[in-house]
Write a protein that binds this ligand. Sequence first.
Ligand SMILES: Nc1ncnc2c1ncn2[C@@H]1O[C@H](COP(=O)(O)OP(=O)(O)OP(=O)(O)O)[C@@H](O)[C@H]1O
Length: 565
Amino acid sequence: MRPYKWQVVGALSALAVSSLTWLLLGQGIKYVIDQGFTAGNQTVLTQAFWVVIAVVVVGSLATYVRFYLMVWLGERVSADIRKALFNHLVTLSPGFYAQSRTGEIISRFTSDTTLLQSVVGTGVSMALRSSVMFIGALILMGFTSLKLTLFVFVAVPFILAPIRLLGAKVRDYSKKSQDKVADIGGVVDESLHEIHMLQAFNHEQRSMTDFANKTDAVMQAASKRIHYRALLISAVMLISLSAIFFVGYLGAIAVIEGSISQGQLVAFVFYAVLAGGAIATISEVIGELQKAAGASERILDLMAQRSDIKDSPTSNTKDGASASPQILSLQNIHFAYEKSAVIRGVSFDVQTGDKIAIVGHSGAGKSTLFDLLMRFYDIQSGQILVNGVEQKSLSLSSLRAHFALVSQHPVIFANTVRENIAFARENASLEEIQQAAKLAHADEFIQDLDKGYDTDLGERGVKLSGGQKQRIAIARAILANRPILLLDEATSALDAGSEKLVKQAIDSLMQKTTTLIIAHRLSTVLNADKIIVLEKGQCIAQGNHRELYEGNPTYREFVDLQLSH
Ligand SMILES: Nc1ncnc2c1ncn2[C@@H]1O[C@H](COP(=O)(O)OP(=O)(O)OP(=O)(O)O)[C@@H](O)[C@H]1O
């Protein structure tokens, strides 16, 4: 709260002023009745009228300030929580996302923070105002008539009991219903992202039914919550109003007996109504606060998630500029995602400028190997040296700055062409971006787009063909200009023209850097300096195409079956 100190102080002062003015009003009423009405004094009535108007004006101004600042604080707090949460989420490792549903996280992100915003903005403000009103009204009630106040005190525990009991229930069911809402978020996210698949398999009707079931589950959880909340509000209202009327009745008898004045009774009832209203508001807001407690618990859960990849603060952030001849050295590395081993004792070296092809059946562990090099997962034993420096002793950012990744499915962001390529290097100039696009054979088609480099590519690049997307991804890697290129060759077939352009783009990229390429084409392995054959996580052979084709039956069989089409 410290950064918003002045806003908090302002809001609290405004709160104090506005509460005080409304409480003063009761004293005004008492004075008007006893000195004006009952004494039949018109001058007093006129004076009192102006005083009351002044009090109301001050109270209203203070209410404006209180409301403005509290809602402002609500927005500010939720904006800060969103920032903190996003900053945290982008540091979590892919291992975390492999186990969670992104749609659900997005829902927590939006709906839970929005809930907190409304609660801080209005709920807390109402709760504070009502608490001050309640206490102030109680004190003034005591001041007006001690005896009647004591009667009211008897009623207080009866009002607080349902607030406690039912409040806990409301909180439980709020958490449940927010969880179900997050569930819905997950389904919407998945369905809309995979809309092609969904429609291609005529899955619309089934998706609708699934979704209807999920929304019904939200409704069910919500109706329990609503039930308890309604019960809470009505129980408090019943008890507090009955208490007020009963005390009012006792007060009326006291007026008849002459032990208090009419003005005192009216002021007392005025305060009692204020106090009762305040309690009713508090009980209503408590439901909201309980709901917010559920939401913040879930946000805290997310914030508490620690990335399993530890970026040691003492990491050497400098490039491992040792005199090692190998740019990369993998020494007997082992890795398992869960129980069964995926990489089992792989070792090989990469010299600067090498072009290494990695081949192997589907599921052999090729993509996993790339993930391990960039430390998206930690190896369980063995060593990976980058420029002679142990991978883990480099900071994550300096380690990853060694690699430019071109994945099998090119990633396009819902942004302009220019921003998509410059994703690799924030401060790249337009000339550099164009240069990279030219080398990637992307410049021609980009020039033909309606706004050239400023054309928006639409979500996931829906406006581009497969080959065009690949060339943009390659331009990005060229612009990144990193020492090692990790390239996962696309398996999906492109038409001959497109294929040729992509191949030329890849060639110009490979010329500049050391390359590790997951190869799916014979032409790629033919060009490689060294081929690594992976089978079930083991490196069963390495060498060039000729050596392996002659000396390794598994490789020969693999080439004949997999690559030579
Ligand atoms: N996040 C993950 N959690 C658990 N297991 C995984 C995960 N990712 C991959 N695997 C498993 O690890 C093994 C190796 O997968 P990997 O993606 O590295 O193979 P690949 O050789 O790249 O295959 P392909 O050529 O089909 O892409 C597979 O058996 C796969 O099921």
